[in-house]
Design a protein around this ligand. Structure first.
Ligand SMILES: [Zn+2]
Length: 434
């Protein structure tokens, strides 16, 4: 019993002393995103110490040498201080590309000065990466996809194809072959004079691009159709009741809001699914179109919404409206993995299937869904039944495709010849006959 009391008394006296002396040592922190040093890389250090600091200094150590890269010796009295400085080869030209270590030391104010130390291994990178692109002729069509192969050498953190403001990831070639490839799209609304490039960046501010050989056949570009969609009060009420059940006010204004703002939100949700993709081809046959279906609207149809003779809205329809019979079984277009299976605003009950490498198929307006997120599905597998949930006036399947989050025309992917010539042969992928 006495022993226990002695231990408790000792703890009561000693613990505060230890904590006090510990709390006087500055604690330093640098964002974990800092992993490279370039010519002049910004670095932010945060220092916490109760009585403030008397000085802070930063050093880069490389090959047994220590270079002072920054310092401040103005005492502060605040417990939390942040400083931003730059370090790199422009101020320390002795640094060489390769491994180095960044050390930051902060010394506290007060009678007993204590020095806190922080250190991280970094890579000095001043040489940009190098990119070499295949010499294939790439034919670009609005709303369509293509594939390019390339090599990247040197240090890089990110690479792929950039088309205007859209980027498409680089993937290591399948089957362990050297090099990379990107599946990319030339979006339906991309300005015709946009030049696609292969890019690589190294995270230290170096970004290199290399053009690919391409042709944009002006005369053979798809011509998008335009249609008037007549709205009646019954349809407007159906959409508003379903998609804005707690709203109030003018039904037409609410319909227009759904058609614009909710459409935009829903498309963002679809686009963000790009990150839920497999790094391999999950399929081996051409994509299939819903059997026996009539296409009631095709890709990038420009729709004018007419109400009582007036045009009240316009949207572009980025998919196919495929009708069969009411409540027909909705079939997966190809093998893949379900990455979304839930209501999605204007798309109603919606399923998204990932086929790997950022390629995904979208099925909307279903009356019922019988698959779950994470399920693997086979080509032709029924995933639920068609319907008219969301912004649909009759029973049909809204079928769409997206590549790295950019919606594309599905028709090329229904065509085994196109897949062989533009995709399969460039990455030694064996397309099986259907
Ligand atoms: Zn549709």
């Amino acid at each position: 019993m006495r022993k226990v009391i002695v231990v408790i008394v000792a703890l009561v006296i000693l613990v505060p002393i230890v904590l006090l002396s510990r709390s006087a040592t500055p604690v330093l922190d640098v964002p974990s995103s800092l992993t490279t040093l370039g010519k002049a890389t910004p670095i932010t250090v945060h220092v916490h110490v109760a009585k403030g600091v008397s000085n802070v200094a930063a050093f880069v150590e490389q090959n047994g040498n220590r270079y002072n890269v920054w310092g401040v010796s103005q005492p502060t009295s605040v417990a939390d201080g942040s400083w931003t400085f730059t370090a790199g080869t422009s101020t320390t030209p002795q640094l060489k590309d390769g491994k180095a270590s960044l050390v930051i030391e902060a010394t506290s104010n007060g009678m007993v000065k204590k020095t806190g130390r922080w250190q991280r291994d970094l890579t000095v990178i001043t040489q940009p990466p190098m990119v070499s692109v295949d010499s294939d002729q790439h034919y670009l069509y609005l709303g369509m996809a293509d594939l390019t192969t390339f090599n990247v050498s040197g240090s890089y953190t990110d690479a792929g194809v950039r088309v205007g403001n859209q980027t498409f990831r680089a993937w290591p070639m399948p089957n362990g072959k050297p090099g990379f490839f990107s599946l990319f799209a030339f979006a339906w609304n991309m300005p015709a004079d946009t030049v696609p490039v292969v890019y690589a960046s190294n995270g230290a501010g170096n970004d290199v691009t290399s053009p690919m050989v391409f042709e944009f056949p002006k005369k053979e570009q798809p011509k998008y159709t335009a249609h008037n969609l007549q709205l009646d009060d019954r349809f407007i009420q159906k959409v508003v009741n379903e998609l804005d059940p707690n709203g109030s006010g003018d039904p037409l204004a609410r319909f227009i809001k759904i058609n614009n703002e909710m459409r935009k939100d829903n498309n963002k949700t679809l686009s963000d699914l790009r990150l839920k993709t497999a790094n391999k081809f999950l399929w081996s046959q051409p994509f299939q179109r819903q059997p026996h279906s009539q296409s009631e609207a095709s890709f990038a149809d420009v729709r004018s919404y007419i109400y009582k003779g007036n045009k009240i809205d316009q949207q572009v329809h980025l998919g196919y409206d495929l009708a069969v019979t009411q409540h027909v079984g909705v079939q997966a277009s190809n093998d893949g993995q379900v990455v979304y299976a839930a209501p999605l605003g204007i798309y109603g009950n919606c399923v998204v299937v990932d086929h790997g490498y950022g390629l995904q198929t979208i099925y909307g307006h279903m009356s019922q869904i019988s698959v779950h997120e994470g399920d693997m599905v086979k080509r032709g597998q029924v995933m639920g039944t068609s319907g008219q949930t969301g912004m649909a006036g009759g029973d049909h399947i809204h079928f769409a495709m997206q590549l790295d989050g950019v919606q594309i025309d599905a028709k090329e992917w229904w065509d085994s010849h196109w897949i062989k010539d533009h995709i399969a042969k460039r990455v030694d992928f064996r397309l099986l006959r259907n």
